[in-house]
Design a protein around this ligand. Structure first.
Ligand SMILES: NC(=O)c1ccc[n+]([C@@H]2O[C@H](COP(=O)([O-])OP(=O)(O)OC[C@H]3O[C@@H](n4cnc5c(N)ncnc54)[C@H](O)[C@@H]3O)[C@@H](O)[C@H]2O)c1
Length: 298
């Protein structure tokens, strides 16, 4: 566990949120980063790990491992794109556990389509799952955190929320919005004098299958990330009270580069191959009854 540094002035002192003893809820906990955050929280001594996923079987498999390791885990079959589904599950969680200490908004999808291949349904679904879900899933649990003046709301956004990328007009926009959501929530909580913590995580590509086929031009600076390391860094950030985690560290450069004229910025991002990362994207193929194989983002 990480200690609160006492030498810092109060406004610089991070709000550390220990995982040990916490009720941790993870959306998208059936796979990838969400599954690893759920397992990691259990390994760090969470009191209970609550797993929300549209893929109940996948979440059940993760929960079974957590329970086998001696930690309480509970699965809800939830479509974060549905207000009713989230409302019902949120009420169920509060009835059974009375609180959530750490909420990790991780569920996400990607289409990987060019702008002219996207229809309104694609764009709406991307925003429902990646962005509007943040409002739905945070709503049931934030009032309790504010009342107790502790807790953490974590948003797994993306480096695509810092810079636009070809074949991501829907995904990147939904992640820019996710970063805006978390930054505004942070401002609002601070303005109200609340010590509730927020964290926005913005990883570059992560090797979970979601972005299968993507390529990185300069892996020494912008590697495809190991999902176990990303999950650990997210939990470390919560426990250290960090509020923004861009991974890898080099990806932070994009924020500084935005002061440059756009053609220069574009030239540099092209130099690092950012615009061509999606050229060979296939995404994760899943079985879809009636439609054969499709990418997860549909
Ligand atoms: N993989 C990457 O390269 C990468 C990079 C940056 C950010 N991210 C973000 O990290 C998060 C996790 O991604 P991942 O790589 O672990 O993907 P993943 O596909 O392995 O996991 C996503 C999980 O979300 C669940 N999910 C999808 N739609 C849902 C819905 N409507 N309701 C409930 N659950 C739903 C899926 O069933 C799955 O278990 C996403 O928000 C993603 O955008 C991923």
């Amino acid at each position: 566990m990480f200690e609160q540094p006492s030498f810092l002035p109060p406004f610089l002192r991070p709000t550390v949120v220990p995982v040990r003893g916490a009720v941790v809820l993870v959306t998208g906990a059936g796979s990838g980063i969400g599954a690893l955050v759920a397992r990691g929280a259990a390994a760090r001594g969470a009191k209970a790990v609550l797993l929300w996923d549209i893929d109940e079987d996948a979440a059940n498999r993760v929960a079974a491992d957590i329970v086998a390791a001696g930690v309480s885990a509970r699965v809800w079959s939830v479509d974060v794109a549905s207000t009713t589904s989230v409302k019902d599950a949120g009420a169920g969680v509060l009835e059974e556990f009375s609180r959530v200490d750490i909420l990790v908004n991780c569920a996400g999808i990607v289409t990987g389509k060019y702008f002219d291949e996207l229809n309104d349904t694609d764009v709406r679904r991307t925003f429902e799952v990646n962005t509007f879900s943040l409002y739905r899933c945070t709503r049931p649990f934030l009032p309790g955190m504010i009342a107790r003046d502790k807790g953490s709301v974590v948003t797994i956004a993306s480096a695509a929320g810092l810079v636009g990328v070809s074949r991501q007009t829907d995904y990147s926009a939904s992640k820019f919005a996710a970063i805006g959501f978390t930054e505004s929530l942070r401002s609002e909580l601070r303005h109200r004098g609340s010590r509730v913590h927020t964290l926005v995580a913005a990883p570059y590509y992560v090797d979970t299958g979601m972005f299968d086929g993507v390529r990185t031009k300069i892996p020494a600076l912008l590697p495809i990330l190991d999902p176990r390391r990303v999950a650990e860094q997210v939990l470390d950030a919560v426990e250290k009270g960090q509020q923004r985690k861009v991974m890898p560290v080099f990806a932070n450069a994009v924020m500084a580069l935005k002061v440059l004229p756009v053609p220069v910025l574009d030239w540099i991002t092209d130099l690092f191959g950012v615009s061509s990362t999606m050229d060979h994207f296939v995404g994760r193929k899943v079985k879809d009854p009636g439609r054969g194989l499709r990418a997860t983002g549909r």
